[in-house]
Design a protein around this ligand. Structure first.
Ligand code: PLP
Length: 362
């Protein structure tokens, strides 16, 4: 425990920086002298305009995006992107390449197929229970785009670098690692990320889209399901999720001003992940489930010798102030999600707890 707050290892919604929560608390009843709460002001007000524009500007600064990229905020979570992407970019007779690296990629493929689109699985790690990231992926040059999940939240694997697409626009589901490290955005035609893992609360998905992609979108789609609607109206065609966007703005400000940008964030994230992976590598008691060269810096997945010990581990951890260590219900085991807001103190406390649990039970 850390005061009255647990060490939060939830997978999403997940930990947010304490400084951000305190700032929200301070301005909750009277936002910026408006005499109204942030959840009471109009999305057509100058106050909200400044918030959304600042969130966009900070996203562009942090990711070094030039003017050919637009930053949008869309409701419906990352899961709605699974259908919007094929609706907007795949016409009859066209195909797209998807890399299947786990539960979320599988869902993305399924949603495109529900729409009757032709999907080619360019590579998959299903043969070893999604425990690794496929290497040397060859994309079909006739595909319209290539889709990857940069970090596999449930299986605990992550692309260390992004595959060469030879000019195909890459589309990335970065829900669980956006803003965790710098990367080269130039290959990407579209990036999307449900906010509730690394950049804010639930209720909004950040979408970064390149101009040439916007030009391919047919007119005859429902307004709420086409990216052009959001791009033309600065994400305010209808009422946006104001509170979620406000929180994102504060998290991005924290990333820039308190952490010092994505290079610094990356160094911290690597150090934290190494602390936990070193704990497995020096023990026969804990077994990592991801192959070492594919390990995620965000979601550390592991097993204990049997399920009974896993249950006790999670229980005793909870009694000692560690929250969220149960693996996803579809895979079992344990998972520590160590997103940007997780502190080194929390990670070190967990590594110590793991050691003492092993001493008692190993
Ligand atoms: C959580 C998650 C999703 C689903 O996000 P929702 O916002 O709940 O729809 C999709 N992809 C990845 C990689 C995720 O981690």
């Amino acid at each position: 425990m850390n005061g009255n707050r647990v060490y939060n290892f939830n997978a999403g919604p997940a930990a947010l920086p304490l400084e951000v929560l305190e700032e929200i608390k301070d301005s909750f009843l009277n936002y910026a002298g408006s005499g109204m709460s942030i959840i009471e002001i109009s999305h057509r007000s100058k106050w909200f305009d400044d918030i959304i524009n600042d969130a966009v500007a900070r996203t562009k600064q942090l990711l070094k995006l030039d003017d050919k990229f637009k930053v949008l905020f869309i409701q419906g979570g990352a899961s709605m992107q699974f259908c919007m992407i094929p609706m907007n970019f795949l016409r009859d007779g066209e195909t797209a390449d998807y890399v299947n690296t786990g539960t979320w990629s599988t869902k993305a493929i399924k949603e495109a197929q529900i729409l009757g689109k032709t999907i080619n699985v360019a590579a998959s790690s299903e043969d070893r229970n999604f425990s690794y990231i496929p290497k040397e992926i060859r994309f079909n040059p006739d595909a319209v785009f290539a889709h990857i999940t940069s970090n596999n939240t449930i299986k605990g694997t992550q692309f260390a670098s992004f595959p060469e697409t030879n000019g195909l626009p890459l589309i990335g589901d970065m829900s669980s690692d956006i803003m965790s490290r710098p990367f080269d955005v130039d290959k990407f035609g579209l990036i999307y990320a449900g906010a509730q893992k690394n950049i804010g609360p639930a209720g909004v998905c950040m979408v970064i889209i390149r101009e040439d992609m916007l030009k391919k979108i047919p007119d005859e789609l429902p307004s709420m399901l086409k990216y052009t609607t959001y791009a033309d109206k600065n994400s305010m065609y209808n009422t946006p999720p104001c509170f979620a966007v406000y929180t994102i703005q504060l998290v991005l400000k924290w990333l820039q001003e308190t952490i010092g940008g994505l290079d610094k964030m990356d160094a911290i994230n690597r150090k934290q992940a190494k602390t936990l992976y070193d704990a497995f590598d020096s023990s026969d008691f804990y077994q990592g489930t991801a192959e070492p060269d594919s390990r995620s810096l965000m979601n550390v997945t592991f097993r204990l010798p049997d399920e009974d010990l896993e249950r006790r581990f999670i229980e005793e951890a909870a009694e000692n102030g560690f929250g969220g260590l149960k693996g996803h219900r579809s895979v079992g085991g344990c998972r520590a999600s160590i997103y940007n807001a997780t502190t080194m103190a929390a990670v070190e406390a967990l590594a110590d707890f793991m050691k003492s649990f092993e001493q008692k039970n190993g």
